[in-house]
Design a protein around this ligand. Structure first.
Ligand code: GLU
Length: 617
């Protein structure tokens, strides 16, 4: 296995002396930590991401005349530099787009895909016959790496719906990779958290740790000349530099021969993958129909299979539509929210997987009648989880007897990021990208400046109950089920809001709860994004943030028999709302995971760039 590679992610000086860094650019400059704000109101376009450099890339592209798709690609490419642990071309994601002129919603499926040689028992330990432990063993392996879909998504989006060539959209990211960005507390913490895993791989320690093996200090400047070079190659040759080209070949080679350091102290053998360069070359990011439900007059569009996001949010909304949630009894409404989530997750676990491999009864899962059948299981007391799934195939049973086997929720990571962009013409992008766990597999592609995902750990390694049909078992060429829920809501035929979140399976409940907060409970979008959360994934205990427990925990327990476990944070959303006065309100998470950044092209009452900017009416 490889010898130590030179330090390439240049480093780690205080911002004030960054110009003298070993890898300083020809045009020395000291990156400053960009200002960040959780809310921005204005016209002409808007963007919200988890990172100010990425939001700035978006706004820059919008100001130069790019559309929302152009700006989303530019932001995502920048996130690959500044948020390499939750984004980047080593991963995948789902993009939902509202095309204003055509008045329709389209989606691109950039989900990572298992290599053809990937077997159903890929995550079973032959010595024990049992699944390999999820973290860190299963996650930190070449076997967990799926063929990345992110660059294919950008290329497809830019070609079909953008106005600028991909090479232009990569320029802001290349600039940040060359000139550097200022390390914030979140980046520092995420590096620190992954230090033992990075130390295990020569490529990763060289890329992400200081020469003495530490996480870069808060306030220091980090550059990634390797990734700048990789992006420049893509800018010259397009996506074929990756799919069928040298970058893709390096991805497969790295998954199959992880560069384990001779002095690795990781403490378990790193399993190699089975990916070929042909697997990478064959990757496609297909267009898919969005999921759609009408909830109290709002048209909610989201991502269909292989994501379970759209179908599960949609089913829960349909169930909840039968209750008046806007009454002053908030605890009752939240009890019903928890129960609807519990039921929708039972159905998601039983029925949703890659549609190329399993027959997903999507129409049934999203039908109002099936929701009515499930609704009648919600009483005045918390159900006992795991509740059994329903059968979404008609005819529907209205006797409320239920049936079928119990299902538990599989393990998913809690990382990922979400971005939203609106342009001056009213096009909207809601885009969730991920490399699965924070820092993915922790294996960087040597010399190319990015991490490989561990998305194949989203497969269930074995049926969750023996003998129960499981739509999410591993198979060659299959896409693992996701929970990502990039969502766009229309009202009266016009865009109303777009939102999404990280958080593994809790993405679904986060998006659902935020929609309820906004539509039923009357919170503004920024208030809804900040509001305390609870999440039930068909588990006996609902996980809830301390602020949620303080406000509602005892009443939900005493009146409805709900039980909880406390968890520090659930989700970290971004969203944009079209305000009634024609302005845009961009909103990012204010606190969780260090907070994000929301910007508009023309802040309210500003003149610059804004002479032609119109309000959206
Ligand atoms: N792998 C997760 C999914 O596709 C997303 C990663 C996360 O947010 O943890 O649902």
């Amino acid at each position: 296995m490889g010898k130590l590679t030179p330090v390439t992610l240049a480093l780690v000086l205080s911002a004030s002396v960054a110009g003298s860094a070993p890898f300083a650019s020809a045009k020395p400059m000291s990156p400053q930590p960009p200002g960040k704000q959780a809310v921005a109101i204005g016209v002409g376009g808007a963007a919200a991401t988890v990172d100010p450099d990425a939001t700035q890339s978006s706004i820059e592209v919008l100001r130069r005349g790019g559309d929302a798709v152009d700006a989303a690609v530019a932001a995502a490419a920048t996130l690959g530099v500044t948020e390499p642990y939750v984004a980047g071309i080593g991963g995948g994601g789902f993009m939902v787009v509202y095309l204003a002129k055509q008045h329709r919603v389209v989606t691109i499926d950039g989900r990572e895909t298992a290599p053809q040689a990937f077997q159903e028992d890929a995550f079973i330990d032959p010595a024990t016959g049992k699944p390999i432990p999820f973290y860190p063993q299963r996650v930190t392996s070449g076997m967990a790496v799926g063929v990345p879909g992110t660059l294919a998504t950008w290329a497809k989006a830019a070609t079909l719906y953008g106005t600028m060539p991909l090479r232009r959209l990569l320029q802001p990211a290349i600039r940040v990779a060359r000139h550097g960005f200022v390390v914030d507390q979140t980046y520092h913490n995420q590096t620190e958290m992954n230090r033992p895993r990075f130390q295990a791989f020569t490529s990763s320690r060289a890329l992400f740790l200081t020469p003495d093996g530490q996480a870069p200090a808060v306030g220091s400047v980090v550059r990634n000349p390797e990734l700048a070079k990789t992006y420049e190659l893509i800018a010259r040759r397009g996506a074929p530099a990756f799919y069928g080209g040298p970058i893709g070949a390096a991805v497969a080679d790295t998954a199959d021969h992880p560069p384990v350091a001779p002095d690795s102290e990781i403490g378990f053998p790193i399993r190699s993958g089975v990916m070929t360069a042909a697997d990478v070359a064959a990757y496609t990011a297909p267009l898919r129909s969005p999921t759609h439900v009408n909830y109290r007059g709002y048209d909610v569009y989201s991502m269909g299979p292989p994501s379970s996001g759209g179908s599960t949010v949609g089913e829960a909304l349909n169930i909840l539509e039968g209750f008046d949630l806007s009454s002053p009894d908030r605890a009752l409404a939240l009890h019903r929210y928890i129960e609807a989530s519990r039921l929708a997750f039972a159905d998601r676990n039983r029925w949703v997987g890659d549609p190329a491999y399993v027959d997903v009864p999507l129409d049934g899962l999203l039908s109002k009648d099936f929701a009515a059948e499930r609704r009648c299981l919600i009483g005045s007391h918390a159900a006992t989880s795991p509740v059994a799934p329903g059968d979404p195939h008609p005819p529907y049973d209205t006797t409320c007897t239920g049936g079928g086997a119990s299902e538990a929720t599989g393990v998913e990571g809690t990382s990922t990021n979400h971005l939203v962009v609106v342009d001056g013409s009213g096009n909207v992008v809601s885009y969730t990208t991920t490399i699965e766990q924070i820092a993915g597999s922790a294996i960087a592609v040597p010399g190319d400046g990015f991490l490989l995902n561990n998305e194949l750990t989203d497969f269930n390694p074995a049926p969750s109950s023996p003998g129960t049909p499981d739509p999410n078992l591993p198979a060659g060429g299959k896409r693992p089920r996701s929970s990502m829920s990039p969502t766009i809501v229309l009202h009266d035929g016009s865009p109303f809001l777009a939102l999404g979140s990280p958080g593994g399976a809790t993405i679904i409940t986060t998006v659902l709860q935020t929609l309820l907060d906004r539509i039923d409970f009357g919170l503004s979008l920024p208030e809804a994004i900040a509001a305390p959360r609870a999440s039930n994934l068909n588990s006996a205990n609902t996980s809830a943030e301390p602020a949620f427990l303080a406000q509602y925990g005892s009443e939900l327990s005493s009146r409805f028999g709900q039980s909880f476990t406390s968890t520090p944070e659930i989700g970290a959303e971004t969203g944009i709302e079209f305000l009634p006065d024609g302005q845009l309100e961009a909103a990012a998470e204010p606190v969780r995971r260090g907070g994000g950044d929301a910007e508009v092209v023309c802040p309210a009452f500003a003149g610059k760039h804004c002479s032609k900017a119109r309000r959206h009416r």
